[in-house]
Design a protein around this ligand. Structure first.
Ligand SMILES: C[S@@+](CC[C@H](N)C(=O)[O-])C[C@H]1O[C@@H](n2cnc3c(N)ncnc32)[C@H](O)[C@@H]1O
Length: 419
């Protein structure tokens, strides 16, 4: 594709729905453009370009060809555990109908996971509504069908599938109506200033794993839109790689370990209640199963030379669970124990960092993240959390370098156009 034409197509996609070509690569965009041009009967991309100018339906087809719909049920389980806790707390405090938004919702796994979480936490279906929005009408059609294959269920804990799905043939499962009912789908663009206009603000917004496809300026616009949609005391969940971005804006972390949950910095003291939820010692609510602690990563060959003692994955999983349910001191003790037997566990160092972070001890947290990175220089979450801490301390250059390192570690994405 001629380079000026490449730039034109990329600019059109950025204008239309924010896609930063660098996030998926120019070659993926080029493949999608060629594929669509061929489908429309154009060998000449210049002619396809002209055709595209007066054909909004074809522009939508091109968007469908480049979006990355990757998602699965209970993705980042700690976010859902936190959602369950926040919902219960909020119901106790304010009552009424809880309004939730999944934007973007892709093929439905995220909003349905929100519904499952609330039902499991004991919130009645009449007590919440979930709006679910995505730019991709193909994804929305799949979401409405609510039928899923293996790929939608990842991780070991799949007991929820038995409770909320029926098997419908070979390796396919259909979601029960009780979970589908509270979710309302609609097509929309996060960058559309009129999106969801007239809707009351939302108590909880999931906007996960889309900001990473935008450049800085577009991220700003998206965050402004999210601020408009979020109730003053609302909670915003983002993806793990998007947390640092939020902290550059007017958002504050709720400090729920691994939940990636934020509120407006200017929100009233209600955040204290959320943090209290994280710290409270009460038994956790009947929330969905939590993610097992990540598998220990092998330390690079040149790092500590002694072979690591036998792994104790259960102890780290338990420490994660404790941190997740707010039992931070216990989680810290267990993490230190894990580190005594597995001094090369980058995941344990990282978790310890998160706990110090949640307790407000930024210096110790940074120290732990650094140790995690010494053990595993490719530990993406440690890179991002350390970047965030440095940024807060005003060490912007160092923070940016860490973010770039983390960005380079993104797993290769597979746009639909990819052959
Ligand atoms: C990687 S998926 C994330 C889905 C889900 N939130 C999750 O974290 O699993 C990204 C989704 O963003 C949607 N998307 C991209 N740009 C959008 C925009 N400007 N407005 C609405 N949806 C958008 C894509 O169609 C795709 O379904």
């Amino acid at each position: 594709m001629g380079s000026s034409l490449t730039v034109e197509f990329e600019a059109l996609l950025k204008r239309s729905f924010g896609l930063d070509a660098a996030s998926i690569g120019s070659s993926a965009i080029e493949r999608a453009v060629r594929q669509r041009a061929q489908r429309c009967g154009f060998d000449d991309l210049g002619l396809y370009w002209q055709h595209l100018q007066g054909a909004p339906a074809e522009l939508q087809e091109l968007i469908e060809a480049v979006v990355v719909p990757e998602t699965w049920f209970l993705r980042d389980r700690e976010s859902f555990a936190a959602l369950g806790q926040i919902a219960i707390e909020r119901q106790r405090r304010a009552g009424g109908v809880l309004r939730l938004l999944s934007l973007p919702c892709s093929t439905g796994e995220e909003p349905y996971s929100m519904a499952i979480t609330l039902l499991e936490a004991g919130v009645a279906a009449s007590q919440f509504t979930i709006d679910a929005v995505d730019i991709s009408s193909q994804s929305l059609a799949q979401a409405r069908r609510a039928e899923y294959g293996r790929n939608a269920f990842r991780g070991g804990e799949l007991a929820f599938r038995e409770r909320y799905f029926s098997a419908v043939g070979d390796e396919r499962w259909r979601l029960d109506d009780a979970v589908r009912r509270p979710v309302r789908y609609r097509q929309g663009n996060l960058l559309d200033a009129e999106l969801l206009q007239g809707e009351p603000p939302y108590d909880i917004v999931f906007c996960r794993n889309v900001l990473i496809y935008f450049d800085r300026a577009t991220q700003q616009r998206a965050l402004a839109a999210l601020e408009r949609l979020l109730a003053p005391e609302g909670v915003l969940f983002v993806g793990p790689s998007e947390t640092a971005l939020l902290l550059r804006h007017e958002f504050q972390s709720l400090k729920l370990p691994l939940a990636f949950a934020f509120r407006r910095a200017s929100a009233p003291a209600v955040a204290a209640a959320h943090v209290a939820v994280a710290r409270k010692k009460a038994a956790p609510p009947p929330a969905p199963p939590r993610r097992a602690a990540p598998a220990p990563r092998p330390a690079p060959a040149s790092r500590p030379s002694a072979p690591p003692p036998p792994a104790k994955p259960d102890a780290l999983a338990e420490a994660t669970r404790l941190a997740d349910s707010g039992q931070l001191d216990e989680a810290k003790r267990l993490c230190s124990e894990v580190l005594r037997t597995q001094p090369a566990s980058a995941d344990a160092q990282h978790l310890l960092g998160l706990i110090h972070d949640a307790q407000g001890d930024a210096a110790r947290a940074a120290d732990c993240y650094r140790k995690a990175l010494y053990l595993d220089p490719k530990h993406q979450e440690a890179l991002l959390h350390l970047a965030f801490l440095l940024e807060k301390r005003g060490e912007l250059g160092a923070a940016q370098r860490l973010q770039q390192r983390a960005g380079r570690l993104q797993p290769p994405r597979k746009p639909r156009a990819a052959s």
